[in-house]
Write a protein that binds this ligand. Structure first.
Ligand code: F6P
Length: 321
């Protein structure tokens, strides 16, 4: 078989482990494998090259994606996707694997309407927000990075007796914020999935101070409906006069060496994708369910945002009180 692979959307640590294992399993199956640079944009620009085993050496420990990635406007249009399908067909590529988040999967599903080869997705995004899978590659590393940063912020929060509002990534999802808050022993967490009641939130903060809390950490997801960390912090400051500071972690969460967890599951998902293709599956992705990798329909992955566990939100508040 002739098989191609690309990474799309925001990069995520562990994507290289996925590519490496996908390519090596393909070669083991005696497939010809092609790497497409810079996501769907690179496909449209014909940035396609054949990959051999040595091409994916020395990358398992590296963050980012050695293929490069992009968010591609042109691929949103039917003409763009038709052009992509024509290129794949002309090259005789019989299967395409896309490593990315829900937007990339949406593009892949739309492409599969006109491209007659098999398509398979591998969830790669720090957000861990894809329905139908308990895990997306990159999440563990990103949370680890946020926790590492907040452990440092906590030192200065304690020294000065301040409350820090720390903004983490997650435009539509509070998964990173929630796991980070729980790992850091934060007092509270503000996420897009839950409407922030400012009265209740402020009361909780003030009560903490009254009970003798000398400092505080509040983790805010960038997509929280009450606004980013700066906006919320300003309002709380004005209403309470508390000594508040803001720190936005930003893209630091997307980079760095992947954790062992992301390397293990990245490798396993890369391998599983080739096995799914061998079993003639299409329009599926490698989902983690109950700790196993199983095929799930791409249609499920694009059906919204994975819900957060309300018990976990409550746990942050109970244990951070
Ligand atoms: O989807 C991953 C993510 O890091 C989101 O958490 C964040 O909102 C977005 O990408 C940022 O995208 P960009 O790097 O294109 O600004």
């Amino acid at each position: 078989m002739k098989v191609a692979v690309l990474t799309s959307g925001g990069d995520a640590p562990g994507m290289n482990a996925v590519i490496r294992s996908f390519v090596r399993r393909c070669l083991w199956e005696k497939h010809e494998v092609f790497g497409i640079s810079h996501g769907y944009q690179g496909l449209l620009n014909r940035e396609i090259r054949q990959l051999e085993s040595r091409d994916v050496g020395m990358i398992i420990n590296q963050g980012g994606t050695f293929l490069g990635t992009a968010r591609c406007e042109e691929f949103y249009s039917e003409e763009g996707r038709q052009k992509a399908a024509n290129i794949l067909n002309e090259m005789g590529i019989e299967a395409l694997c896309v490593i990315g988040g829900d937007g990339s999967f949406r593009g892949l599903l739309a492409l599969s309407e006109i491209y007659h080869g098999q398509v398979v997705g591998i969830p790669g995004t720090i957000d861990n927000d894809i329905p139908g899978t308990e895990y997306t590659i990159g999440f563990d590393t990103a949370v680890g990075t946020a926790v590492w940063a907040i452990d440092k912020i906590r030192d200065t929060a304690l020294s000065h007796g301040r409350i820090f509002f720390v903004e983490v990534m997650g435009r539509k999802s509070g998964q990173i914020a929630l796991s980070t808050a729980l790992s850091c022993g934060a007092e509270d967490v503000l996420i897009p999935e839950e409407k922030t009641d400012m009265e209740v939130f402020i009361r909780r903060l003030e009560e903490g101070r009254r009970k003798g809390k000398r400092f505080g950490i509040v983790v805010v997801a960038e997509g929280d409906e009450a606004g980013g960390a700066f906006k919320i912090a300003e309002e709380v400051k004005q209403r309470t006069g508390l000594p508040i500071r803001v720190s936005v972690l930003g893209h630091i969460q997307r980079g760095g060496n992947p954790s062992a967890y992301d390397r293990v599951w990245g490798s396993r998902m890369g391998d599983a994708a080739v096995r799914f293709l061998k079993n003639h599956m299409t329009r599926v992705f490698t989902a983690m369910k109950g700790g196993q990798i199983v095929p799930a329909y791409l249609a499920e992955a694009v059906s919204g945002v994975r819900t957060v566990d309300p018990e976990m939100v409550q746990l942050v508040r109970i244990s951070g009180a």
